[in-house]
Design a protein around this ligand. Structure first.
Ligand code: UFG
Length: 342
């Protein structure tokens, strides 16, 4: 394995991690996946292997376990890590803040510490548009000031960005990129990997596909009295395969020594605001079905609108979202049908 061409993917059995592993392999990288399977299934790794035809190495490792992580660093040569492994439910983080702080921060600090100890240069971190909160300007650019986080989950994203920034500044030879994801949706066109939420989904699209599959009776639209064209919230829904390709572009930049600063941030979105009702209508249209839904109260903590200015990712990474909302929502439904055997 050539170290520049090898990438460690923590959380690689998860939703975004598994899609990124596929795109890295398609781009000629070797991938090593680690995951503790706390919120994912080994079947996702099987999916990655099936799609790529590669026997991708996989180890069940909890990134909070520093000794286990050290063994991974001893065993595999890689210059780059993409750190996905984290808890991600906003509501749960409000109820169990310590679980979020200890898991998300300890695991990330362990990764950074091992990168330093083993002189491995490149750290790519999964951040989130949640760091912008209710932004004063839209679309948000990477320079739009972050707002104080409204959940422990959001706080761990902000703190991890700061940890990465500080460490890249302090340690010679350490480089970092934070990708701020907007709302990732959809699944791989093969329908072999996709999102596998446990229990009742919190996010819109898994709830939509489960409602279409008859698992949920009715979708609740959280509020139609926002200050937006149709009264429902606006988000920037980014296709998960497009998002995965943004990681490849960021890794390419890191391994070819093209970074202009030791720490860089990129928004990863489409640049298009889409309302909840628009998303539902598009889902119905492209999949030729009707979705039962009702308007209910606002969900506490939801921001009215957030979407990305993608100029920096477009210009600097040479990356652009390609799949249309319709294609993405079709892939989400194909995946749900496959999982449910419909
Ligand atoms: N929504 C509904 N009904 C549902 C679920 C969601 O109407 O059953 C609405 C929400 O009110 C919101 C939109 O659909 O307007 C999107 O909600 P999601 O829960 O899918 O996504 P969020 O924008 O709330 O959160 C997502 C990620 C977070 C991340 C955040 C960053 O899930 O991890 O984006 O903005 F922090």
């Amino acid at each position: 394995m050539e170290s520049k061409k090898t990438v460690l993917v923590s959380g690689g059995a998860g939703y975004i991690g598994s899609h990124t592993a596929v795109e890295l392999i398609n781009a000629g990288y070797e991938v090593v996946i680690i995951d503790n399977l706390s919120n994912s299934e080994e079947s996702a790794v099987e999916g990655v292997r099936k799609i790529t035809g590669k026997d991708v190495p996989f180890e069940i490792v909890d990134t909070c376990d520093k000794e286990a992580l050290r063994k991974v660093f001893e065993k595999y040569g890689f210059d780059t890590v993409i750190h996905f492994a984290a808890y991600k439910a906003v509501g749960e983080s409000m109820a169990e803040p310590l679980k979020y702080y200890s898991n998300n921060l300890v695991s990330f600090m362990n990764i950074v510490e091992m990168m330093k100890e083993f002189n491995r240069p490149n750290i790519l971190f999964s951040s989130s548009a949640t760091v912008y909160g209710e932004a004063d300007e839209l679309p948000v650019t990477e320079d739009t000031p972050r707002k104080p986080a409204t959940s422990p989950y959001g706080n761990t994203k902000q703190m991890s960005e700061d940890i990465l920034h500080d460490c890249c500044r302090a340690y010679e030879g350490m480089y970092g990129i934070a990708l701020r994801y907007f709302n990732p949706i959809g699944a791989h066109p093969s329908a072999l990997i996709g999102e596998l939420p446990r229990g009742v989904p919190n996010n819109l699209v898994p709830f939509v596909t489960q409602t279409a599959a008859g698992i949920r009776e009715c979708l609740s639209v959280f509020g139609n009295d926002y200050d937006t064209p149709d009264g429902t919230c606006l988000r920037d829904y980014i296709d998960v395969v497009d998002l995965a390709k943004a990681h490849v572009a960021a890794v390419n930049r890191m391994v070819s020594d093209k970074m202009e600063a030791k720490y860089e941030i990129f928004n990863v979105g489409t640049g298009n605001p889409v309302s909840v009702l628009e998303l539902l209508t598009t889902f119905e249209k492209v999949n030729n079905l009707k979705l039962p839904y009702k308007i209910v109260d606002r969900r506490p903590g939801d921001v009215t609108a957030v979407w990305a200015d993608t100029a920096k990712a477009n210009d600097v990474l040479g990356w652009k979202a390609e799949r249309t909302l319709g294609e993405t929502l079709k892939s989400a439904w194909e995946w749900e049908k496959r999982v449910r055997g419909l």
